[in-house]
Design a protein. Structure first.
Length: 208
């Protein structure tokens, strides 16, 4: 009975002490993906308005605006896929860091394209588009690029250094479990002896 009790307490204590490490990592990842998703949707709204207006007017679609929609669309879909627990079976999302870096390159190209068109313009409109709004959109593009660079670099770090990190976490778990077992031995042992003496008073006399 004491052995089972010690094993149970050890497992519970070990999990409680190390679970926070993974919880913090998961929450930070979800927050980053959530921000990326929101920014991608904002970009879709800004550039999609222009594409929709040209479509309704029967005008030729501008390649730059369509490119912006494609990049933002891929980014939003990626965030949704990454939010699904284990979407790629045993393949963890941070191991797909190469795709994050590809999206970073696409966002930087998008930022450069529209920065050249709008950042130095002082006009109120350009081809029927608000210059002030597009200047804001250009900086949103840059923020998107930075976020995808950060998640890509983190994924690369987590992939190639992850084994060392996991080894340290396992070492910490074993250390916690050993400490808990030692305390359980001290407290559970004395508690069992006291309980046994209460059930069998004669044993107390024999011990005396």
């Amino acid at each position: 009975m004491p052995l089972k009790l010690k094993s149970f307490i050890g497992k519970v204590g070990k999990g409680a002490a190390t679970k926070q490490v993974y919880i913090y990592e998961t929450w930070l990842r979800w927050i980053a993906r959530g921000i990326q998703f929101i920014l991608a949707v904002i970009v879709c709204g800004i550039y999609g308005n222009r594409v929709d207006r040209d479509h309704k007017a029967g005008n030729a679609q501008s390649a730059a605006w369509v490119y912006a929609l494609v990049v933002a669309g891929f980014s939003a879909i990626t965030c949704l896929l990454y939010s699904i627990p284990n979407p790629f079976s045993r393949m963890q999302s941070h191991r797909l860091f190469a795709w994050d870096l590809i999206l970073f390159v696409l966002w930087i190209a998008l930022f450069g394209t529209f920065a050249v068109i709008f950042l130095k313009r002082d006009d109120d409109e350009y081809q029927g588009t608000s210059v002030r709004l597009m200047k804001c959109a250009v900086w949103v593009d840059l923020v998107n690029a930075i976020f995808w660079l950060v998640t890509g670099c983190y994924g690369c770090f987590r992939t190639f250094v992850g084994r060392k990190v996991n080894d340290k976490i396992d070492h910490y778990q074993d250390k916690v479990e050993s400490g808990i077992n030692a305390k359980v031995d001290d407290y559970a042992g004395s508690a069992v002896n006291n309980f046994s003496m209460k059930l069998n008073p004669l044993r107390k006399k024999e011990v005396v």
